[in-house]
Design a protein around this ligand. Structure first.
Ligand code: ADP
Ligand code: MG
Length: 484
């Protein structure tokens, strides 16, 4: 039996407002427990929530970015349940009239192909506090700093068909919210968390299978691993004559498995009702137009432009447009050197490698886009060869010089293209290597091409890496063949 996987994601994005969604308390990460929870966040009697306009603007910007219908009127509802980290006894959310209606996101797969994933809706809500189990013996600590932090919950249609598609979707959402600047997208700090709904069905069957919902998965990698495990579990269960029950499960990254948390029968009845303390949110066309006017160029548009106007491959365009900082750095390098392909290679290769090694973000790159662009220009106009370029890069990275030209000058890396000078070096190497010359002469003609590498290496060394490698190759072959 062939099985098909069906996946739908609910992504919680923490919005980058400075204060909470219904109070003036700070949302800054990492403060001492309970120093950023005010009377409103604690739900003390008599307090009233006031909606943070910034959170509304951010939700609308997201909606516009995914071509969604924005609700003219949206309403906050109370979702009632008891939990120690929810002192009010209810979470303020949007159940029946969410602010963002149906939309869609384009995802790009590893082979460069694209697919549209529909968004069912996105709604605003507040986060709960945190229960702390470590450091407390026989007790649970409660930190309410996070209570009231604004979240945008983005609910997809069940349009994904593999773990890879789900990860690509999550990356697309991550790109969009960070491009918009409405979230820092920091998954390790919990700024983006996702509930993964997974089911399987026999290939060709139209009706969906029963789904399990895996709660709070907080990395791209874990999303893929949780789905892989869950798909296998469900297929095995059905093939053994059992059936999947609709339930909530937890992913355990240490054991690489999902475990049941609660089944549908125990599911809560949240008794949603409109929050009487908050007015409906009414948005007019002028407000939407104003926000639309502030939208930056979005990842999908950049990707398309990089491909169609700059001639980058689908793969390169996708990698570079995924992060706004990287895209802007690349564009600055390109405008300096004028060669998009070279700019993309250097940004994804040498630069990304060096940044990764030192755990730096591209915004904190020690080498500027302008410096890198000038360096590439010197390769393009043949001032230096590829090997010297790497040396110049390293020097600029280490702060040994202001510009590529300065480093080239100081280190004497200017490429030697003077035929006479190269010939002199070749003659010297040939004179110093009688054994290798004899070996070259005695080998079969088709093996000589490979043997020439030794001589090239020696000449390059003699020139301290500055000889033009193509010239060295050509002249060497002539001179060696003349000895045959
Ligand atoms: P609920 O509100 O009970 O969580 P929804 O119908 O709103 O349920 O769906 C929540 C998420 O589950 C959505 O992202 C949706 O795409 C996904 N989903 C719904 N049915 C399935 C299914 N059979 N298989 C996989 N995902 C599903
Ligand atoms: Mg759900």
């Amino acid at each position: 039996m062939q099985w098909e996987t069906v996946i739908g994601l609910e992504v919680h994005v923490q919005l980058a407002t400075r204060s909470k969604i219904f109070s003036g308390a700070s949302t800054a990460f990492g403060a001492e427990p309970n120093t950023q929870a005010c009377a409103v966040d604690l739900g003390l009697p008599g307090v009233l929530p006031v909606l943070n306009e910034q959170a509304v603007a951010m939700a609308v910007q997201f909606g516009l970015a995914v071509h969604a219908d924005i609700a003219e009127v949206s309403v906050f509802d109370r979702k009632n349940y008891f939990y120690p980290d929810l002192p009010k006894g209810y979470q303020t959310s949007q159940m029946y009239h969410p602010i963002v209606g149906p939309g869609e996101v384009e995802i790009t797969l590893e082979d460069g192909s694209t697919k549209r994933i529909r968004i069912h809706h996105a709604h605003l809500e507040e986060d709960a506090g945190k229960s702390l189990h470590e450091d407390f013996h026989g007790m649970t600590g409660i930190d309410l700093n996070r209570a009231g932090t604004p979240l945008l919950e983005i609910v997809s249609e069940p349009d994904m068909r593999s773990a890879k598609e789900a990860a690509a979707y999550l990356k697309a959402i991550h790109s969009i919210v960070t491009y918009l600047g409405i979230s820092d997208g920091n998954m390790a700090e919990g700024s983006m968390r996702c509930d993964v709904n997974v089911s399987v069905r026999p290939k060709g069957q139209e009706a969906f299978g029963t789904r399990a919902e895996i709660k709070n998965v907080n990395s791209f990698r874990f999303v893929e691993r949780a789905i892989a495990f869950e798909v296998e579990r469900q297929i095995e269960l059905i093939e053994d004559g059992g059936s999947v029950v609709q339930e909530t499960r937890l992913f355990d990254p240490d054991r690489d498995e999902t475990r049941s948390m609660r089944t549908k029968e125990e599911a809560n009845d949240y008794r949603y009702f409109p929050c009487p303390d908050l007015l409906p949110v009414v948005l007019d066309q002028a407000y939407l137009d104003h926000l639309r006017g502030q939208l930056p160029e979005l990842p999908a548009d950049k990707r398309e432009r990089f491909q169609n106007e700059l001639g980058l491959s689908a793969y390169d365009a996708n990698v570079i447009s995924a992060s706004r900082d990287m895209a802007e750095f690349f564009e600055a390098v390109h405008s300096e050197c004028g060669d998009a392909k070279q700019a993309a290679n250097w940004v994804q290769g040498e630069l990304s490698g060096a940044l990764n090694r030192e755990s730096l973000s591209i915004a904190n790159s020690p080498i500027s886009a302008r410096q890198l662009g000038e360096l590439i220009s010197r390769v393009l106009d043949d001032t230096i060869n590829g090997k010297a370029a790497k040396e110049v890069f390293q020097a600029l990275w280490n702060g040994q010089g202001e510009s590529a030209d300065e480093v080239i000058e100081a280190k004497g890396l200017k490429q030697v293209t003077d035929t006479g000078a190269i010939e002199a070096m070749i003659d010297q190497v040939i004179a110093d290597s009688p054994a290798q010359v004899a070996q070259y002469r005695d080998s079969e003609p088709e093996k000589r091409g490979k043997m020439i590498g030794y001589f090239v290496g020696q000449v390059m060394k003699a020139s301290r890496g500055t000889a033009n490698p193509q010239q060295v190759n050509g002249l060497l072959k002539e001179k060696l063949d003349a000895l045959l």
